[in-house]
Design a protein around this ligand. Sequence first.
Ligand code: NAI
Length: 334
Amino acid sequence: MKIAFFSTKPYDREAFEPLAEEMKCDIDYFEEKLDSKTVSLVKGYDATCSFVNDDLNSDVVQALRDSGVKTILLRCAGFDSVDLEKARELNMPVLRVPAYSPEAVAEFAVTLLLAVNRKVHLGYNRTKEFNFDIDGLRGNVLKGRTAGVIGTGRIGKATIDILRGFGMDIIAYDVYPDMKSDIKYVSLDELLSQSDVITLHTPLTPETKHIINSDSISKMKDGVILINTARGGLIKTEDLIKALEEDKFGGVGLDVCEQESDYFFEDKSHVINKDRTLQRLLSFDKLILTGHQAFFTEEAMNAIAMITLTNFKKFIEDGDLTNEVNLFLESLQE
Ligand code: NAI
């Protein structure tokens, strides 16, 4: 059983290799992304395994089918990198890792919140230069403030648990509210206008694309802190930049951004023509941008490896489709 892994790094091998041997999966690790240019590499493999910034568009999915690939594996929770319509049309299962460590991402979202609120990044830079002046580093106490959580799935809920520990009041918005929970749901507009902190935890879908734009930002309080550890496409970057220029935000913490696919997970420090939008974003003192590292804990990597290979084995041996994405989306409609 041969799997072609794409977008791999040494840390992927470290997590997958010991298990692959145990589970008798034969893995070839490619550093390249899976996209139209690299899809020809997949001949002779039973499956491909991709990460968040691969591009499995309609042509790529078709080429995978034509090459005899039996299933597309995703070693991540998000599924916006795959043309799911095409996969459904071709009866090509897309098996993902729906939950590996929601706490890993939730803890990182809160890390960004604490850091931008208390200006840890600015203080760190100052003390490195023996500048111990704290002027300009004042933050706010979170206790008693309102956090608005958009998307109350696994990660949203784990984030709520942590924020409650700080004594924050929580309000939430979700198209499928969990009525069995004690979460206080409000409309999106209410959440935008009442929150001191807004944190995004929805998948990227046609409905959530650019959910944060000039219009939604105008409904937010001045001085609001915005955190995005979900997907870059949830925020319209040019509108965010405009609002940052108008000093709308108290802080912005991003682990993902619209421009990430050409840059993230790679050392691009030597590139001369750097992306101008990214450069502009990085120029704001109130913003911290990290390179899609929220998931990156030892626990999460081990769980991702175990679930990805189990998805593959169970599908090949028993036709099991427990973590199939199109079936998951259909179940939401019921
Ligand atoms: P989940 O599926 O458990 O929860 C997503 C929630 O969003 C659900 O409650 C769903 O009803 C809600 N939702 C869907 N469409 C919506 C809409 N139009 N408006 C409002 N709510 C909507 O997913 P989970 O595990 O909580 O992950 C959330 C996202 O976080 C993933 O889709 C992925 O994109 C991102 N993620 C980022 C990571 C990182 O390292 N930065 C790692 C893992 C996930």
